[in-house]
Design a protein around this ligand. Structure first.
Ligand SMILES: CCC[C@H](NC(C)=O)C(=O)O
Ligand SMILES: NC(=O)OP(=O)(O)O
Length: 314
């Protein structure tokens, strides 16, 4: 593993999953790997789970860690190569990333999409610059198109709770009051389309089709109720349109997940990456039900990150 940016970087996902389940059972058993190492975390956007679970993962592994909120704690960064920096930007990203690489052994970076410039976002323009200038391995803490640490934690959660050899996993779109990135659903599809013991279904209104490069192997079902029939796991998440880039095409409240929706499943368990707009995306009754795994799923963010750090630092 050189960097951790997508499912492809997981390599043998079965081995990585087994390692994660072992680390979860023995979280302090690998401190020789992190001793005398430093984890750097740069956030260009807000975070609770990713920020805190990454620190916890570093400490579990015996490493030190620092966090930088780009633009708030640091100088205003210039992203354009060749720019004449006589305006409001005070430091070029090429200098900032090269310098931060001097202060850590692995660099985690969160860089959300613009949701305005589809070409820039889907070419991962900012992450590509970071990869170009970093001199240490890079971990995506959610990039412009993917969120691999979240999807890996989701896989850990499903694997450790499933009671059947093969499970039906459904990703359903949910309404929201804002335009959100496609990163979480793209990444969930990037991972769950490839797991050989999962039947993977994506359901959403017309116009919310994700980039086909992530949804190969998934069944796309526009009828949410039909998609939910017999599901073992349901992940709800809002995303803005990929085709009509960044647009909110629907706020249809009938897509909000309720117990009536979950009654269509096969005693299905519920997951959501959080943060969630309660009673807009998903009802309290679903989020707080015995079959809701949202807190266990959030807890598994520590172990997805700790496993990746172990692979990159060992
Ligand atoms: C983990 C989720 C992060 C982000 N959520 C919001 C609210 O921006 C998203 O939807 O990608
Ligand atoms: N799920 C997740 O990544 O949460 P944060 O955005 O709070 O880190």
């Amino acid at each position: 593993m050189k960097n951790f940016l997508s499912f492809a970087d997981a390599g043998d996902y079965k081995a990585l999953l087994a390692q994660a389940l072992e680390i979860k059972q023995n979280p302090f058993g690998y401190q020789h790997v992190g001793r005398n190492k430093t984890v750097g975390l740069i956030f260009f956007n807000p975070s609770l789970r990713t920020r805190l679970s990454s620190l916890k993962a570093a400490y579990n592994l015996g490493a030190q860690a620092w966090v930088l909120n780009a633009g708030a704690d640091s100088w205003t960064l210039e992203m354009a190569d060749g720019a004449v920096m006589n305006g409001t930007t005070q430091e070029h990203i090429k200098d900032a990333i090269a310098v931060m690489s001097e202060y850590c052994d692995v660099l985690g970076v969160r860089t959300f999409p613009t949701l305005k410039d589809k070409e820039a976002d889907y070419s991962e323009e900012v992450l590509s610059k970071i990869l170009q200038y970093a001199t240490v391995p890079v971990i995506s803490l959610e990039s412009a198109t993917l969120h691999p640490l979240q999807s890996f934690a989701d896989l850990i959660t499903v694997a450790e709770t499933k009671t059947k050899p093969r499970v039906k996993v459904v990703l359903t779109w949910a309404p929201h009051v804002r335009a959100l990135p496609q990163c979480v659903p793209n990444s969930f599809a990037d991972w769950f389309s490839e797991i050989d013991w999962v039947d993977f279904v994506i359901t959403h209104p017309h116009g919310y089709e994700l980039d086909p490069k992530f949804t190969k192997g998934a069944t796309i079902e526009y009828d949410q109720r039909k998609a939910l029939e017999g599901a073992d796991y349901v992940q709800a998440k809002n995303w803005s349109s990929y085709r009509h880039y960044g647009e909110v095409l629907s706020t249809d409240p009938s897509w909000m997940l309720t117990p009536e929706h979950m009654n269509l499943t096969d005693n299905g368990k519920f997951i959501h990456c959080l943060p969630v707009r309660r009673n807009v995306e998903v009802s309290d009754a679903v989020l707080d039900a015995p079959g809701s795994l949202i807190i266990q799923e959030a807890g598994n963010r520590t172990f997805s990150m700790q496993t990746v750090l172990h692979e990159l630092l060992k």
